[in-house]
Ligand binder design. Structure first.
Ligand SMILES: [Zn+2]
Length: 335
């Protein structure tokens, strides 16, 4: 991305092994993330940056200290590099690893090949070479599914719970899927787009709320006997969506927030008097990858349906336009 709104596909140097814990992969597919739209729209600074942090592919080369990943393996990786051995990783928060680096900042996986640092701690090999139809779902696990899953876990979605999801982008839709898989009794998707409502229902939403802001909060309260939802997922990251999520959470309930915050300022008194549990931030996708890969491999879940436009990598600029103009929920880039 040369500048906001200016995406070009150009030649970069081939990645190579630098550290003995690296792997080089040839990507099978990659994609454009909702968070890539922040620099595209000029809300985050960008200057000739390689883009992309979601990836699946085949390992071409490994460093001398890589143990669990072999050349030829098909791998799915997290959007945050982690060693998966430090004390923070072992507690399940690989996105806060002492060696954490964002793939978007140090790699850029909207590319044919990529160097992945800490390959053992970042990548997970699939049980074999996947059928082509599974590739979009495995790619979704790299970020949007893993992030939606973390949000649902952070919100303590589970049996007997009513879960409300603020945001109908790919992560919100994946949180709906996760909430259902985790056994939630009722899942309320907040969406005003008919095509996204339909996808939310496919993934297990039982109710749709179209209202936003205070009206959205009132509607959630109406649907929950005046109490608010047990579990709320925030998957947008704006002031309005965040306060909508706080307001929709019942006293003593849980809010999981994974929308990358931009200009959000939470009034201390509102948070104080809400009396809720909150947990969020960049998702530790690596924690969930082995389970998510198994659910996809067994065809229990089909997160790949969240990709509603597929383009060759050299048409990446059109993919960004389609997502920016909301013509596409999520764009898969083929290689
Ligand atoms: Zn670590």
């Amino acid at each position: 991305m040369h500048a906001p709104g200016d995406v070009r596909v150009e030649e970069r140097d081939d990645p190579r092994i630098i550290d003995p814990t690296d792997a080089v992969i040839r990507l099978t597919a990659t994609c454009i993330c909702g968070s890539d739209l922040w620099p595209y729209r000029g809300i985050e600074p960008v200057d000739h940056a390689p883009m992309g942090h979601e990836y699946v592919g085949v390992v071409e080369e490994i460093g001398s200290e890589v143990r669990t990943i072999a050349v030829g393996d098909f791998v799915v990786g997290s959007f945050v590099i982690s060693d998966n051995t430090c004390e923070i990783c072992r507690s399940g928060f690989q996105s806060q690893c002492v060696h954490a680096q964002f793939v978007s900042q140090v790699v850029g996986t909207q590319a044919e090949r990529a160097r992945i640092p800490y390959a053992d701690g970042t990548l997970v090999a699939t049980p074999g070479q996947p059928d082509p139809e599974l590739v979009p779902s495995l790619l979704a696990a790299s970020d949007v599914l893993g992030t939606g899953w973390f949000a649902a876990v952070a919100a303590e979605a589970g049996p007997g719970k009513t879960v409300a999801v603020v945001g109908d982008g790919a992560v919100g839709l994946m949180a709906v899927l996760a909430a259902r898989q985790l056994g939630a009794e009722r899942v309320i998707a907040m969406s005003r787009h008919p095509d996204r409502q339909e996808l939310a229902r496919h993934y297990g939403a039982t109710d749709i709320v179209e209202e936003r802001g205070d009206k959205g909060v009132s509607r959630i309260k109406e649907l929950t006997g005046g109490l608010g939802a047990h579990s709320v997922v925030e998957a947008v990251g704006t002031q309005e969506s965040f306060m909508q999520a706080v307001g929709a959470t019942r006293g003593g309930g849980h809010l999981g927030y994974v929308g990358v915050n931009h200009g959000v300022s939470i009034p201390g008194d509102e948070l104080f008097f809400a009396g809720i549990h909150t947990l969020g931030g960049p998702a530790p996708v690596r924690r969930f990858l082995p389970d998510l890969i198994r659910l996809i491999w067994d065809r229990t879940i089909d997160p790949g349906r969240v990709f509603d436009l597929s383009l060759p990598l050299d048409q990446a600029a059109e993919g960004y336009r389609a997502m920016d103009e909301r013509r596409a929920v999520k764009v898969l880039l083929t290689l």
